[in-house]
Design a protein around this ligand. Sequence first.
Ligand SMILES: Cc1cc2nc3c(=O)[nH]c(=O)nc-3n(C[C@H](O)[C@H](O)[C@H](O)COP(=O)(O)O)c2cc1C
Length: 353
Amino acid sequence: MTDEYPVSAPVNLHEYEVAARALLPPAVYGFFAGGAEDEVTLRANRVAFEHWRLLPRVLRAIREPDLATTVLGQSISLPVMLTPLAYQRLVHAEGELAAARAARTAGTIFTLSTSASSTIEDVAAQTDQWWFQLYVQREREVTRSLVQRAEAAGAGALVITVDFPVLGRRESDLRYGFTVPERANVVDRPLAEGATHSWALGWDDLEWIASLSQLPIVLKGILAAEDAVLAIEHGARGIVVSNHGGRQLDSAVAALDALPAIVAAVESQAEIYLDGGIRRGVDVLKALALGARAVLLGRPFVWGLTVRGEAGVAHVLELLRAEIAMAMTLSGCAHIEGVTRALVVPEGVVERR
Ligand SMILES: Cc1cc2nc3c(=O)[nH]c(=O)nc-3n(C[C@H](O)[C@H](O)[C@H](O)COP(=O)(O)O)c2cc1C
């Protein structure tokens, strides 16, 4: 936790991880960096991007590409939002507050986790562009209160995470005996003997959750096209194609690999976003070309937060913005609508279209 760079400013998101790792206790680094079991899915999220290549177009007289777009009608200045990440005060004293301010400055949306270490109201005081991520709690009244507080504080959407019936097996945490701190918005009461925190959440429960507020609903953690169709049938306005950053079901399909079938099945009835493995501007372009409306960035912004607080998160977003702009210019895309399926081809010899 420092406001100074250890050597010089990192020049890409990977270097932010290296710098952050040097500053964090191993157990904390392991909590943020790690995935479930053998981390097959964690690695797959990255590798999937390499299986697609860009097919650039030339001579399109592009001076400065326009990165702006909208999500659920809200304007964002680049097609990247911050994904919900728990316990950000573990890496910096200002935690979520600093990250929310950096997102606001960058002109994008901060998503506040149910397991945040800052209160809903304090985060809402930093930014008017934020969504609330809901882990449905076993006690209905606790869920109701979270949703209503988020709506009252001005959240733009309710992101319900659906890939978390139980906590995935993250072996770094087991190795270090890492236990999470208290949450700022939920009182974690001790469980009765034999009880578990997990709640067998089903499609039928969504109706009740939707009835708690007027907020548009986004379901996060969908990988199967059939579930994307069910999500729409149950009123979702957005879907985050995600495997929780490889932290839940190990060997689950890479997020990017799951995307095309979901885009095809949804047929524009909801906005599709993606998270997992976004580290470069070209990754963002590939996800957009395959049909995502925007992406969400996870661990790299926490590395920025670790190294330099708000300024670090802002720098991570600016690095990514510059990379996206460069990639768009070099591939002949003047604006986000110009990033279409024709921009990506599978790795290998290009067939005539
Ligand atoms: C340390 C950590 C904490 C997370 N906490 C949450 C959370 O509270 N709620 C949630 O929906 N997802 C959570 N996630 C999953 C992220 O939202 C996201 O799906 C994933 O990190 C994206 O992948 P990336 O880190 O490769 O960009 C967490 C991920 C990490 C690494």
